[in-house]
Ligand binder design. Structure first.
Ligand code: ADP
Ligand code: ZN
Ligand code: ZN
Length: 736
């Protein structure tokens, strides 16, 4: 390898730099090396090599590498995976690497695997509640963190993944609240002994057996109703992988679901569990990355980006709640779906892939249906303890109106909420939108008040003191309420639609003494925002949790017996190919929050469209019938996934400039697209045509399923674009 191709973070998009290899200590692919660029040292990754220099480069001008910074920083298999992902996502290896590697990774030299014997272990020593002097917030968080572990926690986990500073530790140590140990006490940190694992149900046992007995690269769809014990199946399969010295990637779609899964994984596997998601600091992510490269196999609990963690011996990949759209990355490129990357990875590495859900995506269900299915369906048909699924009651809001009841909350729901406290039960109430009011419109001309930077209306928010202001949910622009109408100059406005804040207010005024908590993006900010709010609710601080879509996702709250949807209509009528599928998934998931404990649950759905097919299937609970019907419709219409779509999204500062660029791009690709038998639709303005001051246009390509995109490479596509106009290629967009 005389000439090395090296990726530098400092380089332009798609650029590789050529350097001369060192004859004495040659570097290889996957090594990190130090090189000089414009007189300054940089760290780069060797991604390829050349036998001969192209004619355009003269060997005299090529500099040698300075030193090898770290050998085998990424293994060749991993780099092959990156190359495949880049190809599938129609983008460069460089963008893919940039997206996959944790921020700050290049700059840090690996100290080599840390030796467990040198690690210091920390335990909680006495009860902080008895203290006279208060603790700082970080100190409290650290104690909480320790308290969640069954045994001692290695220092490197606290300072690395969990991101606590040494000062916080020292403060607690000085007060005798934590203790340092030089080595883990015998048998601790190892997790729960197998003798204490729950005995599997028959369905769980056969699922575990199917997974562990399967050939390398096998794929499964684990379909179990909410509360059926899917997580237990994942943990068992992960335990078997560990026994073989293989690691597991256990993914969940939402950062809010991490704590719950992490607790269960830590209880089972102790300190062999590694946390990875965007809520961690850069340093913590780099530490987690390194940990995965160490010889001891680990179980990673993470969100979608964890699919890229290097795992030299990967045995199992699990995507929990595989139907969730958060697994899809829309920007920046690569626009990947973690499920597709997982499938590639399973094939590359021989790992088994398990997709789990109570409401599988149409795609995953279909891949179990063909005569020679790519994926095997494993079912967990019953809730643990044979607990019944909640009954669904639809409240026809048209009747409420006809009876002269004009409130947001129907009488039936009111009645149920009134009884909660007396019965010692809890409820979750889903409101499709956060904020106070959905939008404001002008009383004179009827126009909605729009964000000055985006083509969307502003949402009314309210502070604790009752002060109201306007916010854009797309770009976070804030504005005062009392402005003049931009269309007619009137100063009179009328609010429409209720958000979570308004629902809270209504509930509080109509049901005195009912204790409420709000669960939306505004109340769950920060690192542990979700967890703290859910902990407070679980501890009985409130009777009702009012929240947005986040409520439906995966949490296990045994005292919740009622799940309600206030305005299902806002969810039903979206102009999107997957609108029905996603809406039914959301409602079934929400229903799954009710009745997980001793008492049976109930679901109340308020809607003006009780005959909508989604509502019908919610009531009859026949999700598989829905999937069969939906796939029939899509097959007849030649829609995704029976065909393939690709979106080219353009954005630029000027509306006309972006439109012209989109039209020119369409002309450039038109003949290639047509020659391949594909359709080119557009250019057209994006559904929201302006966001944060940028105009957005799109081109849609439509062609046969599973065929390669009839497009030139990304860099060629980009070449013809005017400066300032951005392009994203989304090869299989979720929103259509
Ligand atoms: P899912 O992931 O399918 O929603 P979980 O794995 O969270 O379901 O299981 C629901 C509840 O049942 C959890 O509290 C879990 O601890 C418990 N559980 C799971 N499997 C078993 C089992 N085999 N025996 C007893 N309890 C179990
Ligand atoms: Zn007006
Ligand atoms: Zn905006």
């Amino acid at each position: 390898m005389p000439w090395l191709q090296i990726w530098l973070e400092a380089g332009r998009e798609g650029q590789v730099f050529t350097y001369a290899n060192s004859p004495e200590t040659p570097a290889g692919i996957g090594d990190l090396v130090r090189v000089k660029l414009q007189g300054r040292p940089h760290t780069g990754l060797v991604v390829g090599w050349l036998d001969q220099l192209p004619a355009s480069l003269s060997s005299k001008r090529i500099q040698p590498i300075l030193e090898i910074w770290q050998r085998a920083a990424v293994d060749p298999d991993w780099q092959n995976l990156m190359t495949s992902v880049a190809a599938e996502c129609h983008t460069s290896l460089f963008k893919t690497l940039k997206s996959a590697l944790p921020p700050g990774w290049l700059g840090q030299r690996n100290q080599g695997p840390s030796r467990p014997s040198r690690a210091i272990w920390l335990v909680e020593r006495s009860d902080a509640a008895l203290l006279s002097q208060p603790l700082t917030e970080r100190q409290q968080q650290l104690l909480e963190h320790l308290g969640r572990h069954s045994g001692p926690v290695p220092l490197r986990d606290l300072c690395g993944e969990a991101g606590f500073s040494r000062a916080v530790l020292k403060g607690l140590e000085a007060r005798g609240l934590v203790q340092r140990l030089q080595a883990p006490p015998e048998g601790s940190g190892a997790g729960l002994a197998p003798a204490h694992w729950p005995a599997l149900t028959e369905a769980q046992a056969s699922a575990v057996q199917a997974i562990s007995g399967a050939p390398a690269g096998a794929e499964f769809l684990l379909w179990g109703v909410t509360g059926a014990g899917k997580t237990e199946v994942y943990l068992r399969a992960a335990a078997q992988a560990l026994e073989l010295g293989q690691g597991t990637l256990l993914l969940t779609p939402e950062i809010g679901l991490i704590p719950q899964l992490l607790d269960r994984a830590r209880e089972r596997f102790g300190c062999r569990v590694v946390e990875f998601h965007s809520g961690l600091s850069d340093g913590a992510r780099v530490a987690a990355w390194r940990r995965c490269l160490e010889p001891e196999a680990v179980v990673v609990v993470g969100t979608r980006s964890a699919i890229f963690l290097p795992m030299p011996r990967l045995g199992l990949i699990v995507l929990d709640e595989e139907h969730d759209s958060s697994y899809k990355q829309d920007s920046p490129m690569p626009c990947y779906h973690a499920r597709d990357v997982a499938r590639l990875r399973a094939r590359h590495s021989g790992a088994r892939l398990v997709l789990g859900s109570a409401t599988p995506s149409l795609e995953s269900w279909l891949s179990c249906q063909s005569p020679q299915p790519a994926s095997r369906l494993l079912r967990l048909p019953e809730r643990i303890g044979s607990r019944p699924l909640p009954a669904v009651r639809v409240i026809d809001m048209r009747h409420e109106l006809a009876d002269g009841h004009r409130r947001l909350i129907s009488r039936a729901l009111m009645g149920r909420l009134e009884q909660l406290q007396e019965k010692g039960e809890q409820a979750v109430v889903l409101v499709p939108r956060r904020g106070y009011r959905a939008f404001l419109s002008c009383r004179s001309c009827g126009e909605a008040v729009l964000c000055p930077h985006c083509d969307v209306s502003l949402t009314v928010h309210r502070s604790k003191g009752g002060q109201e202001w306007l916010r854009c949910h797309w770009c976070d622009h804030r504005a005062e309420m009392g402005n003049r109408c931009g269309h007619c100059g009137s100063t009179a406005f009328k609010p429409f639609g209720a958000g979570t804040q308004r629902v809270m207010e209504q509930l509080a005024s109509e049901l005195e003494g009912l204790r409420l908590l709000r669960f939306d993006r505004d109340t769950t900010r920060g690192r542990d925002g979700h967890r703290r709010l859910l902990d407070r609710f679980a501890q009985g601080e409130a009777d009702v949790l009012v929240g947005t879509q986040m409520l439906a996702k995966g949490m296990d709250l045994p005292r919740v017996t009622l799940a309600a949807v206030l305005a299902a209509d806002g969810l039903l009528h979206r102009p999107d190919l997957r609108s029905s599928e996603q809406c039914l998934q959301l409602l079934l998931q929400l229903a799954g929050r009710a009745g997980r404990g001793e008492k049976p649950g109930e679901v109340l759905v308020q809607t003006y469209s009780p005959d909508h097919p989604v509502i019908r299937h919610l009531v009859d609970g026949r999700y598989e019938l829905f999937l069969a019907e939906e796939s029939q419709l899509r097959r007849q219409g030649g829609l995704v996934p029976f065909s393939r779509a690709c979106l080219l999204r353009l954005s630029g500062p000027s509306a006309s400039g972006t439109a012209t660029a989109a039209a020119a791009l369409a002309e450039r690709i038109r003949s290639q697209v047509a020659a391949a038998g594909w359709l080119l639709i557009g250019p057209a303005p994006a559904p929201v045509a302006r966001v944060a001051g940028k105009s957005r246009w799109q081109l849609l390509l439509h062609g046969p399923a599973a065929q390669p995109l009839p497009l030139p490479t990304e860099s060629l596509l980009r070449e013809g674009l005017p400066a300032g106009v951005g392009l994203a290629i989304d090869p299989d967009p979720l929103c259509l």
